[in-house]
Design a protein around this ligand. Sequence first.
Ligand SMILES: [Zn+2]
Length: 260
Amino acid sequence: MFKILTITLMCLLTVSGAYASGLQAVTLVDVQGQSDTGLLVGASDEQAAKYYPDGKMPSQILAFWVNGVLYDAGLRDGHIVSELAENGIAASEVSTILITHLHPDHFGGLLDSEGRASFPKADVFVSKPEYDYWVNELKNENVITALAQYRVSTFMFGDEVIPGVRAMDTSGHTPGHVSYLVEADGEKLIVAGDIMHFPEIQLPVPDVAVRYDVDPVKAVQSRKFILDYAAWKNIPIAGMHITPPGIISVKKSGTGYEKF
Ligand SMILES: [Zn+2]
């Protein structure tokens, strides 16, 4: 389910003849469930009830495989490995993993149940501010243990991390949270990590934050920045917590945004 969604396929709707080139994205589903509206910050009871009448919010953890690069690794050991395998991609073929940020639902799948690298031949890329926050400032043991199994490279906001992939500063949710602007043959996609967690409310009311935003004010600013940019440039957004397939196009609508 939701295994393959090609950006080229989406672009076929508007761009003819683009099928053989460009971007191919595979949505990898780790977890699907529900969260409680108590996680929302800055939403009135009326707003929460408007978008989630029963108080339950759809919740999921995704990763993406885009043109031979893995974006995040999910939470649970083995799940992203299985999802890749179902698409004919062996874990040993994964050579590059770009991490949006170092929350467990994004790096947990780097290790297998034995604590070894799930992707033994992969280089892992993390933004320098994110690495410094979790490894040097917080000295987070889970992060340090997971990254120790890999060759890790750091980069700065704005850098071209690998050819065709640029890191956009979307800090706030965490201090070094990045979104990746991916481009191939003129087609673009923003792999936006946790730019939003609950799009049903955070698109129309982007000022709503979540409890696990390290800096909620900055997280709101980054959300609006990415949504403005994506709407202006008409670039699809892939989000790790958007309902599968997890890739949407957005446009401005009133004081917020809507998907189309
Ligand atoms: Zn997350």
